[in-house]
Design a protein around this ligand. Structure first.
Ligand code: HEC
Ligand code: HEC
Length: 322
């Protein structure tokens, strides 16, 4: 009896040591990954973009050029963050800080204060810093951030300048934010590579970015540009499947190609209803995280939804990603 108990206790002891040892390793691995310096290019672009020659020619007074350029940038920026770039989802609608994940097991992750108030992380930012943070997931220090910047890598310089102009137009908020507090499950998932840093997902940190987006027209080219924010979950070929680096509770993303498992049987009206009302053709509700994305896609213009649809219809039919 005593001998059997001894065996059981020592097995538990060995298991405990193994688990403890694994956890110490996982913590060291995560600290190592977070303290790497990531090399990126240094870009420059005007914030806001100046008016084009045609826009200049249409002005009644050339003195108003700067004010008109800023006004246009703020207006475009507001539409961009409201319809697809969703910065306010994690940085708060005031941009003074918000919540990305609040799960004690996984992590508590907060978006920092982007306004000019106390606790701002962007006060000293120039264009190159905005590029690094937003399109590469790298802080000015060179350290990788926990922000899904892979969704923004196709943003053009002008769109980024528009978004920055809009955020800079927000009233200052005083708010110091502690951004990252990893939970045990989050540490294990990051250590095992199940949750990856944006800077590791983005294939290159040195390729030039487009200066301006494709023209706002119903073309597959413009649709492909818009779909840049869908690929993080629906994958590069939009064939769907389990979401890479998604929260463990999320369902797989659906296949958006014209495949039988995807949107082959969908009409344009079905697509519009999904993006505007969050409903499938059978009337049931789309689940998180797509229901959250719908809060943005519902604000897309008609031309934007049509361009996205034109692009999705132009794709090869691909079986759902594994
Ligand atoms: C899904 C949530 C999420 C979205 C969407 C998001 N961010 Fe962030 N962002 C974060 C988090 C979390 C951090 C802090 C990361 C860290 O400290 O590792 C962050 C950090 C930043 C930083 C500071 C980087 C630094 O450390 O200096 C900037 C600038 C920024 N985000 C801008 C933006 C802009 C602009 C957008 C929209 C285009 C955006 N973010 C969209 C979550 C998000
Ligand atoms: C954060 C991850 C995420 C992003 C970003 C995202 N989706 Fe989704 N999407 C999902 C998930 C997950 C589902 C499945 C939801 C469900 O099963 O209820 C889904 C479902 C859909 C559906 C329903 C398809 C069906 O067969 O029911 C459509 C349409 C769709 N997404 C389009 C888009 C478009 C267009 C974009 C980009 C503008 C986009 N999604 C961006 C995660 C995402």
């Amino acid at each position: 009896m005593k001998a059997a108990l001894k065996v059981v206790l020592s097995v538990i002891g060995v298991l405990g040591l193994a688990v403890g040892g694994f956890y110490v390793w996982a913590n060291m691995r995560v600290n190592g990954l977070r303290s790497r310096t990531i090399e990126t290019h240094t870009v420059d672009f005007p914030i806001p973009f100046p008016l084009s020659e045609a826009e200049m020619a249409a002005l009644s007074s050339p003195d108003s050029a700067d004010a008109v350029a800023l006004g246009g940038a703020i207006e475009r920026g507001q539409h961009l963050v409201g319809s697809r770039y969703l910065c306010g989802e994690c940085h708060g609608t005031s941009y003074g800080g918000g919540i990305m994940i609040d799960d004690p097991m996984l992590a508590r992750i907060r978006g920092p204060n982007l306004t000019t108030g106390r606790g701002s992380v962007t006060l000293a930012y120039g264009p190159a810093d905005w590029d690094r943070a937003v399109r590469h997931g790298v802080a000015p220090s060179g350290l990788p951030t926990i922000m899904p910047a892979e969704d923004f890598q196709l943003m053009s310089d002008q769109e980024l300048a528009d978004v920055v102009s809009y955020i800079r137009s927000m009233p200052p908020v005083d708010n110091e934010v502690v951004t990252v507090d990893m939970g045990p499950l989050g540490i294990v998932l990051v250590a095992l590579g199940q949750l990856r840093f944006a800077a590791d997902i983005i294939p290159t940190h040195t390729a030039a970015h487009a200066s301006v987006p494709p023209a706002t027209e119903v073309t597959a080219e413009f649709g492909q540009h818009l779909a840049g924010v869908c690929t993080g979950c629906h994958r590069a070929d939009l064939s769907g499947g389990p979401i890479p680096s998604g929260e463990p509770s999320w369902p797989p993303a659906r296949n958006l190609t014209p495949h039988a498992d995807g949107l082959a049987a969908w009409t344009y009206d079905d697509f519009t209803r999904a993006l505007r009302e969050g409903k499938r053709p059978d009337g049931t509700d789309l689940q998180l995280p797509m229901s959250m994305i719908v809060n943005y896609t519902k604000n897309m213009t008609e031309a934007e939804v049509q361009a996205l649809w034109a692009y999705l219809r132009s794709l090869p039919a691909v079986a759902t990603g594994g």
